[in-house]
Each structure stands twice: as C-alpha cells, then as structure tokens.
Design a protein around this ligand. Structure first.
Ligand SMILES: Nc1nc2c(c(=O)[nH]1)N[C@H]1C(S)=C(S)[C@@H](COP(=O)(O)OP(=O)(O)OC[C@H]3O[C@@H](n4cnc5c(=O)[nH]c(N)nc54)[C@H](O)[C@@H]3O)O[C@H]1N2
Ligand SMILES: Nc1nc2c(c(=O)[nH]1)N[C@H]1C(S)=C(S)[C@@H](COP(=O)(O)OP(=O)(O)OC[C@H]3O[C@@H](n4cnc5c(=O)[nH]c(N)nc54)[C@H](O)[C@@H]3O)O[C@H]1N2
Ligand SMILES: [Mo]
Length: 695
C-alpha cells in the first residue's frame, strides 16, 4: 500500500467510513482506547476514544500518527533472507514457505542436540496478551527452549513493591485528581504518562501542591510547584530522611501503623539514622528542601487531607532501585495516607489484572522440563559465553519479537558483537528494519495493531481493552501468533492448542472474569475494585500488612529493611568519568519505537546530551556542538545542549535512538553497563559514569 493511495482515498467523498475500536499496544501506562476510521479498507485516522474515561478522546503525539506508522514506506511486507554479511542489513525476499520450512529445519537440528541452545527474546513492542507471549509461549514451552527473564524495565521496582505491599498494586489513578499533595517521584508524566498528568492538573487547579523529584528538570518538573533535583540513585536516602522528619515531629498515624504494618520499631531505628543533613549530602540537595517536603507530607495527616505519590520506573534503574522503591512504598502507611481514596501511592496497576497466563502460554507443554533462564538485561555477555556447567549450552539460535535489543539493551558494543557471530542463527519478527533486524538471518514481516486481534491489561489504570483489527494485513505481513502457529506446524507440534485462532486466545485471557461482550461492544471493561484499596489494611503480603521489614528478604540473606545503596558507579567516585549520565526517554519516541518516523524525528532533531552550563563551560563546550561522550565501555557522539534541564554533575542523554540514525552509528547504550539492580535482576541504565569532550 503506497502513501499516495491513502491520500486518494482521503479525498474520495463517495467512500463510506467505519470506525473500529482498538487499544494502543505501546509500552506506556495509559493504554488508550483507540478509534480507527476506515474507508475502503484503509485506515485514514486514529483517534482517542472519547467514551473511554481514561483516554478522554486524547492521544499523544506519537500514536496520533499511527496511520503514518502503519503505511510507512519502509514497512516490512515480505519475508526476507539474509544475503550479505551479518549486520549488513542486506536481504532478499523469499516466500513464507521457504522461510518457515528453513527456520523449522534449523531449529529442529539445534533442538535435537539441546533445545536450551534456543532463546526467545521479546519484550513490550506490543503489550498485548495475545501478540505477546501466548502462541509464542506455547511454541517455546513445547520446544523446551531457554526461559527469558524479562527484566529490562520494571523488575527492581516490581520486586520492591511485592516485598513491601504484596504486588504491583496501589491507588486508582483517577483519584489523584482529588489529592491535596502530589509527589511525582522519578517520572516525567507529561512525556510518558500524559493521561495521569490530566488528573494532576485537575488537582492543581483545585489547590493541590505538586512536587517533582527528578535529577532532570523535565517537562513535568518545570510545571510543578517544587522540583527536588537529587543525584541519580539517591532516592532511598531522601525517603528515609522524610521518615526521620515525620518521626521527630510526630507526624505519624500510630493507629494505622499499629494495625496495618509490620516491622515499625526496626524501620523507626533505621530512619532515625537519616537526618536531613545526612541525606542532603548524599542527594546533593539543600536540607531545607527535604524538611519542607516532610512538612508538606506530615501536614496532610494533621489536616486530614489526601497525600498521593506517583512514582514510576525512573528511580529504579540504579543499583539500589529495589530498595529505593521499598523505602518510598513505606511512606503512605506512616501518615495513614491509604485511608483516603486520593491518598497512598501508585507505581503500577498491573498486579490487579491476573490474566490467565497458563491458558495463554500452556506451561503444561513443558511436560516437567525446567529449562535454564537467560536474563535479557545481560544478553551482550550471554551471547558471547561458551557452554559451561553454570550457564548451560552456548546460545545457538535467537528468536526476537516485540523488541529491539541491539538498540535498547546495555553495553551495545557487546550486544552487537554477540549478534554478529556467524554461527548464531537469528530470526527477527518485525514491522521495520531496526538495528536488530539488520542482524537477522530471517526477517519476518509482522502486522501492526491496526491489523490484528489483541487483548490488553495496563499498568496505569484498571480497564481491560480489546483490540479488533481495523484493516487487513499489509503485504504479506502476519501476526506474531500466526507465525508461531505455522512454525509449530512445521516443527511437527501436534497438540491442538497450536490451532487456536486469535479471537479464541483473546477470550481465553480472562475467561468468565471479564464480560467479552462488553469488550466487543465498547472496547473496554473496568475491573470491579475498591476505591481505597488499603483503607482497612488488607495488603496482599503474607502478613496482610505493609511490610516495612521483609522476613522473606532477610531469609535470602538480604537486608530486611529498606536502605540507601550507593550506585555501582557513584557520582564523584571516578576521576576519569566525573559526570553521571541518565538516559530517560525522549518525549516523541517510545523506547526505540517511532524513531524512524520522520515527523516525530523532526521534533526531536538529533540525539542530544543536556549539560549544565558549568559542566559545559569547564569543557569548552557550546550548545549545538558535537561532543564525544565516553567511558570504559565505549563512546558515542551527540549534540550538546547547554540546558537548565541538567543539574550540575549530571548529563541527560535522551533515548533511545536507533544506532543507524544516530551521529556515528551508536547510541547511549554503548555506555550503559550490565551491572544489575539489588532486587529483581534489572538493568541499571541510570547508574553510569561518563566523561564528555568537545570534538
Ligand atoms: N513518550 C514516552 N513515553 C514512555 C516511554 C517512552 O520511551 N517515551 N517509555 C515507556 C516505558 S517502557 C516505561 S517503563 C515508562 C517509564 O515511565 P517513567 O518511569 O515515568 O519514565 P520517565 O517518564 O522516563 O521518567 C523517568 C524519570 O526519572 C528520572 N530519573 C532518572 N534517574 C532517576 C533517579 O535516580 N531518581 C529519580 N527520582 N528520578 C530519576 C528521569 O530524569 C526521568 O525524568 O514510560 C513509558 N512511556
Ligand atoms: N539507555 C536506556 N535504555 C533503555 C531504557 C532507558 O530508559 N534508557 N529503557 C528501557 C525500558 S524501560 C524498556 S521497556 C526497554 C524497551 O525495549 P523494547 O521492548 O525492545 O522496546 P522498543 O525499543 O520499543 O522495541 C520494540 C520493537 O517491537 C516492534 N513491534 C511492535 N509491535 C510488534 C508486533 O506486534 N510484532 C512484532 N514482531 N514486533 C512488534 C517495534 O517495531 C519495535 O521495533 O528499553 C530499555 N532500554
Ligand atoms: Mo519500560
């Protein structure tokens, strides 16, 4: 489908239009309800559904361009087989039959020796339960392939929350609109959670105070009443000193603490070691700012007003990320903020859903086998490892879908080296020829959300959404599910579950627990949940309490209480690399998705590094000049932007550019490390020291 024919349909007044209800598939807390206008089989417009309260008819810049993405002239529309050297991106079109038979034959040969030498690599290119791990999960379970530990985004915070509150649970997002104090902690809501920001704005109009805690003066930070620009990786110190102040001023809900928490005497003792002065030195912020935030928070208890914390995943991409989220998760219980429906905190709502993963992924197909697990965050090292008793077999085949590891995984120098090995067999299912796709032996064209069925949970609100296909697949593109179904047939997998179609899979995701007819009729269904989930305690922990002290962590030999753990690469600890670098998302990209859309790339311009004026002038760097950013792992080139968004000592390398669209064929992940977080085995993208040089 060429873009000219789309335009001709746009101007055909005789065509009759229909609207199809769908769901935004992207890795964002908002999971919007979409309305796609279709004329003569062509999607001409994608809009936010005005009837869905969370979407309220509003889409972000990125997804309002979904038709542009779908009909992009560079969409992959035919199966491709590599003809040039690995990584050259040179392919020739082949038939589906050739591609699938050859892939099945290669996988069978490897599986006969050891199926664990085959590794799936996927993340959240789509968050759909069906185009995610349903048929793919069945396929790899039947095969006995290695498990993938999907840690690249949220496991440190997820584990911190599980240990403290019992899961990824918390406030209903809509009640933030009624809060009197909102602390936005490690999140650039305007960029990454726009529909939450609407509620925060409403609260602000009604007199709420907004405080943002972020090393970067983000689009969100500049619109809050106060911005606390702490050093990356110091949030636990700040949280503990807030507790210190709550204790010393008696701003404590003793009744709530006694009834609904566990380990208070021990946490109290720990927190009393964190005076504002001590935390101020660690965080590099004025002690007065900590005192004043504690006063605002404590005052909500005194005035019986709701205090709400919106934390997101920004704070947990450092060594102590799990402990930091644990420390923050303790705060609402101290002042009894959970008593209000507009009080408490929200990290992720994903724990409310519990789709039937066993029905979708069929772990019974493993038939008792327990394959080894590969951590997606260390894929660079793991691809380069030989067989060993500790690791298992060398990775011989990688099947990548819904992810772009060459751009998004840390230490991309190693990831590239791993993917470039001639004896690694790589299959990539993609919509576009990404950095990862360049390394494929077979590159298979995948459908977009406008072309397939799916069902969605979310991590920002509590509605289930159904996505119906609006248009037929473009070219020869196929849904992930269909590709795995057909591969299964060629592998000789006879189990009837490999015949399930996508609508059947959508129905299996929730069974009777969500009314499918409601989903078909209105596109979404709201989970029946209490408005103030922990007003009377009832946390989903083993004790039913908010666990300040975690006996489960202590049993693993870890600290049972939250504490500040300095970064692996702590600011000030290296003379060669004196600057801390964080790499939060650019507003107009979604991780590495959308970087190839000209209109959005035009808004971002070029890859930039925001620097504070002092750090720039000390290096003779002016805004707009190209600089070299480097450390022991490599270097990359960006345009320097001397900017009030950067605090002294911290540079912001906005992500995540495609390497091949960057200035010298690399991106920010050339510099990030494969160290892991304290909890959850996650990556530490924002725990990274660098030096910057004018070129
Ligand atoms: N436009 C857009 N939206 C997105 C994404 C995207 O790429 N683009 N990505 C999506 C994904 S995958 C996710 S996981 C979510 C993430 O959602 P969030 O976790 O809310 O991510 P960000 O909006 O990047 O906010 C992270 C913020 O944390 C700050 N930060 C960095 N280090 C620290 C620290 O040590 N402490 C504190 N307090 N703050 C720190 C960064 O400067 C940044 O402003 O967003 C999703 N939404
Ligand atoms: N330096 C740095 N690195 C980071 C981060 C950071 O903040 N800083 N953030 C991290 C985070 S939070 C995350 S979640 C990861 C994200 O990493 P990924 O999950 O890999 O996300 P994307 O880069 O968006 O790549 C998703 C790919 O899936 C493809 N895709 C979308 N839908 C489909 C489909 O239906 N079928 C198939 N086959 N493909 C599809 C898209 O075209 C896209 O190329 O990156 C991490 N990397
Ligand atoms: Mo993420």
């Amino acid at each position: 489908m060429s873009s000219t024919s789309v335009i001709s349909v746009l101007f055909n007044p005789a065509a009759s239009a229909t609207q199809v209800r769908g769901a935004c598939p992207h890795d964002c807390p908002d999971t919007c309800s979409l309305l796609t206008t279709v004329e003569n089989g062509i999607a001409i417009k994608v809009q936010g559904n005005p009837d869905h309260p969370q979407t309220a008819g509003v889409l972000c810049n990125k997804v309002s361009r979904y038709a542009e993405r779908t009909y992009h002239p560079e969409r992959l529309l035919s199966p491709l087989k590599r003809v040039g050297p690995k990584g050259s991106g040179q392919f020739e079109p082949v038939s589906w039959e050739t591609a699938l038979s050859d892939i099945a034959a290669r996988l069978k040969t490897i599986a006969t020796r050891d199926p664990e030498a085959i590794v799936p690599y996927s993340y959240a290119g789509t968050m759909g339960q069906v185009q995610g791990e349903s048929m793919a999960g069945r396929f790899f379970n039947q095969l006995g392939a290695s498990f993938l530990d999907r840690t690249i985004c949220s496991t440190a915070g997820g584990e911190g929350f599980t240990q403290t509150l019992g899961g990824k649970v918390g406030m209903r997002v809509e009640f933030f609109a009624e809060a009197k104090l909102i602390i936005i902690w490690g999140s650039n809501s305007i960029g990454s959670n726009l529909h939450f920001w609407r509620y925060a704005q409403q609260a602000k109009r009604d007199g709420a105070r907004l405080v943002c805690i972020d090393p970067r003066k983000s689009e969100t930070a500049e619109k809050c009443h106060e911005h606390i620009a702490l050093l990356p990786g110091t949030d636990a110190a700040l949280a503990l000193s807030l507790m210190h102040e709550l204790i010393t001023h008696g701003w404590l809900d003793h009744d709530y603490i006694a009834r609904h928490t566990l380990g208070w005497p021990a946490l109290r003792e720990r927190a009393l070691q964190w005076s504002p002065e001590r935390a101020a030195a660690v965080c590099a912020v004025p002690a007065g700012q900590i005192r004043s935030l504690a006063r605002d928070y404590g005052q909500c208890l005194v005035d019986r007003q709701p205090a709400a914390i919106r934390l997101n995943y920004g704070m947990q991409r450092v060594r102590g990320g799990g402990n930091a989220t644990r420390a923050v998760a303790c705060l609402p219980a101290l002042i009894g903020a959970w008593r209000h429906r507009a009080g408490g905190l929200l990290l992720s709502s994903s724990g409310e859903f519990s789709p039937d993963r066993a029905a979708l992924q069929r772990p019974d197909l493993l038939a008792g086998r327990r394959p080894r697990t590969v951590n997606m965050s260390t894929i660079g090292d793991d691809l380069l490892r030989g067989s060993s008793p500790g690791f298992g077999p060398k990775i011989e085949a990688l099947v990548v879908y819904n992810s772009n590891p060459v751009a998004v995984a840390p230490v991309s120098g190693k990831v590239v080296q791993g993917f470039a090995q001639d004896d690694l067999f790589t299959v990539v299912l993609e919509q576009f020829q990404t950095d990862t796709a360049d390394y494929a032996d077979y590159l298979l064209p995948a459908t977009t959300q406008l072309e397939h069925w799916d069902i969605h949970t979310t991590y920002g609100h509590t509605d289930v959404l159904l996505n119906r296909p609006a248009i037929a697949p473009l070219g020869q593109a196929r849904p992930n599910t269909q590709i795995f179904r057909e591969l299964a047939a060629r592998m000789g997998f006879a189990e009837p579950c490999f015949l399930d179609d996508d609508e059947t899979l959508c129905r299996a995701a929730f069974g009777e627990r969500v009314d499918f007819q409601t989903l078909l009729d209105q596109g979404f269904a709201t989970l029946p949940l209490p408005e103030a989930p922990f007003a009377q305690g009832g946390f989903p922990t083993p004790s039913g309490r908010c666990e300040f002290f975690s006996a489960r962590l202590a049993a693993q030999g870890l600290d049972g209480l939250p504490d500040h753990l300095p970064n692996h690469e702590a600011p000030g600890s290296s003379r060669d690399y004196p600057l801390a670098m964080i790499s939060p998302p650019a507003r107009n990209f979604m991780n590495s998705t959308f970087v190839n859309l000209k209109s959005l790339r035009a808004m971002e311009g070029e890859p930039v590094l925001e620097m504070h004026a002092d750090d720039a002038s000390a290096r003779g760097i002016a805004s707009g000049s190209t600089v070299r950013v480097f450390n022991q792992r490599g270097d990359y080139r960006v345009k320097a932007e001397v900017s009030p968004r950067a605090r002294p000592g911290v540079v912001n390398g906005l992500g995540i550019w495609w390497r091949k669209l960057g200035l010298n064929g690399t991106n920010v992940n050339q510099l990030t490390s494969q160290h892991l977080t304290d909890l959850g085995r996650g990556p530490v993208f924002y725990d990274c020291l660098v030096q910057v040089q004018a070129v």
